[in-house]
Design a binder for this molecule. Structure first.
Ligand SMILES: NC(=O)c1ccc[n+]([C@@H]2O[C@H](COP(=O)([O-])OP(=O)(O)OC[C@H]3O[C@@H](n4cnc5c(N)ncnc54)[C@H](O)[C@@H]3O)[C@@H](O)[C@H]2O)c1
Length: 239
């Protein structure tokens, strides 16, 4: 049997990254990359996405990339906050990955690519209506990922993450709109694990949420491409 492939997780020191790394480490050899040191990983690569040499070193020998690094803020300003990590940095990582022979690139996208479609009762994976410049950078990510697949055959999956904090008690869950898109920590690990292991799919877009009211995020493609079925229910809000 072939040895398990090396998985690179960028943004490993972040909110999603810490949970994903802890959940995946028993199953895959992991390499982590972040601009700050990753907790509990003395071998972590510390570097910026815009430093091409650092990115080249990070992707060497990697089979799958889980790309979480970037600016995650809905209120971020395009020139000041977003263009370097979410556009230029993404380009470097994609280009370095395809040159290094990476087979599958899993990209942390966001519901913000579609939140502008306020008239819809359910967001589909073909809904593109960015709510803000942050969401527009994720639209760019999904689009340039399509181009990398079409041009170089590197598989690309955009995971439109709902709302992830990984908190046992989360005051954010007083907000109805966040309850509709909540992603629990076990489901978060589950969907990224399935994304690594899924049979070849080429290019795809999936939403990532747990069992949320109103089925606001359409999980049809997550089920079809990955066999994902959420297990966690949205918890009660903190008092
Ligand atoms: N948490 C959510 O609810 C949510 C929802 C939708 C999408 N996402 C996406 O998931 C990803 C992770 O989100 P998060 O909540 O963990 O954010 P986070 O801010 O906690 O983590 C992001 C990590 O990326 C690193 N990073 C940022 N810029 C970098 C750069 N230029 N070079 C190297 N590392 C850099 C940061 O140091 C940080 O550790 C982001 O791409 C975000 O847009 C998150």
């Amino acid at each position: 049997m072939a040895p398990p492939q090396l998985v690179l997780v960028t943004g490993a020191a972040g909110n999603v990254g810490r949970t994903v790394c802890a959940g995946l480490r028993p199953f895959f050899p992991l390499r982590t990359f972040d601009r700050v040191p990753t907790p509990d990983d003395p071998a972590a690569h510390v570097g910026d996405l815009t430093d091409r040499a650092a990115v080249d070193r990070a992707v060497a020998g990697v089979g799958t990339v889980i790309h979480l690094a970037g600016c995650p803020r809905m209120e971020a300003e395009f020139i000041r906050d977003l263009i370097k990590p979410n556009v230029e940095g993404l380009w470097h990582l994609l280009d370095a990955a395809r040159l290094a022979g990476v087979r599958r690139f899993i990209f942390a996208s966001s519901c913000n690519v579609a939140f502008g479609a306020t008239e819809l009762r359910q967001l589909k994976t073909d809904t593109i209506h960015a709510l803000n410049p942050y969401g527009a950078t994720k639209v760019f990510g999904e689009s340039i990922g399509r181009w990398f697949f079409d041009t170089y055959g590197m598989e690309f999956l955009a995971v439109r993450i709902g709302y992830f904090r990984g908190l046992a008690v989360d005051p954010g869950l007083r907000e109805a709109w966040l309850r509709r898109i909540w992603l629990g920590p076990r489901d978060c690990v589950k969907i990224f694990r399935l994304a690594i292991d899924a049979p070849k799919f080429g290019y795809g877009i999936v939403y990532a949420c747990s069992r949320c009211p109103e089925n606001y995020l359409d999980l049809t493609s997550a089920r079809a491409l990955l066999g994902y079925e959420p297990e966690e229910e949205v918890p009660a809000a903190a008092p």
